[in-house]
Design a protein around this ligand. Structure first.
Ligand code: FES
Length: 249
């Protein structure tokens, strides 16, 4: 077990021997920025100020050697080899929301288009999924894989969790949603996850761009902003593709 001190916040948390800095931080409710969690995107990059790290496996384009020489590290991969002090930005608002693993029941399945299904999920009694508008959850499937979907409901409308699922041909999970899934089926998920949400400290106008089922987190964000009376100008651009069928006579 090692101790990580985050700068400039001064927050501290423990890291188990087998854990990356990011996994340990998230487990303890501190949200560091991340994207792929796989050493490929660079979203989790920060700086080592004191101590030593096992840098793990990553792609050079995400952490070129010259950046590593300057002390940079990918915290989704890096494991402390002792107590460390690192420089990393924390997502202040999300860290207060615990990430939970919960069962849920499919309450309704509503087909909006040939390849789009809206799922509404009911949580156990006394459970609500607290989240920031824009975040997502991950279904935990029996084979150990995960599937991510953004919440389409606003956080205040938390009686049911709404997800927009687009069918991916040959996609094991979405084929199931469009084929065998039925109301009252039980699923398990982990959430909320992700760092896509409105940064409220900024006064700048907001431009939102969405396409297809990527509209779900934007819908959540806009409904949340309207409910809370946020007065920043917001522009929403949404696109969708339409399947055209030829009719032969
Ligand atoms: S989250 Fe993508 S490289 Fe770490």
């Amino acid at each position: 077990m090692h101790r990580v001190t985050l700068q400039p916040s001064g927050l501290q948390f423990e890291v188990e021997d087998s854990e990356s800095v990011l996994v340990a931080a998230l487990r303890q409710g501190y949200v560091l920025p991340y994207g792929c969690k796989n050493g490929a995107c660079g979203s989790c990059k920060g700086k080592l100020l004191e101590g030593t790290l096992d840098y793990g496996v990553y792609q050079k384009k995400a952490l070129p050697d010259e950046e590593k020489a300057q002390g940079k590290a990918l915290f989704c991969q890096a494991k402390p080899l002792g107590d460390v002090v690192i420089e990393a930005r924390t997502i202040g608002a999300a860290k207060d929301i615990p990430v939970k693993t919960l069962p849920c029941r499919v309450q309704t399945l509503r087909r909006l288009a040939e390849d789009v299904m809206v799922l509404q999920l009911k949580l156990p009694a006394n459970e609500r999924l607290q989240f920031l508008a824009g975040q997502y959850l991950e279904f935990l499937l029996k084979d150990g894989s995960r599937r991510s979907f953004s919440m389409g409901n606003a956080p205040h409308a938390d009686e049911l969790v709404e997800l927009h699922v687009r069918r991916v041909i040959g996609g094991q999970f979405t084929d199931h949603v469009f084929g065998k899934m039925k109301e009252r089926d039980i699923l398990r998920f982990e959430g909320p996850l992700g760092v896509f949400f409105l940064r409220e400290e900024s006064p700048k106008p907001v431009v939102l761009v969405a396409s297809g089922t990527g509209f779900a987190p934007i819908k959540s964000l806009v409904e949340d902003a309207l409910r809370r009376g946020i007065e920043r100008p917001m522009t929403l651009t949404a696109g969708a593709s339409f399947a055209c069928r030829s009719i032969s006579r």
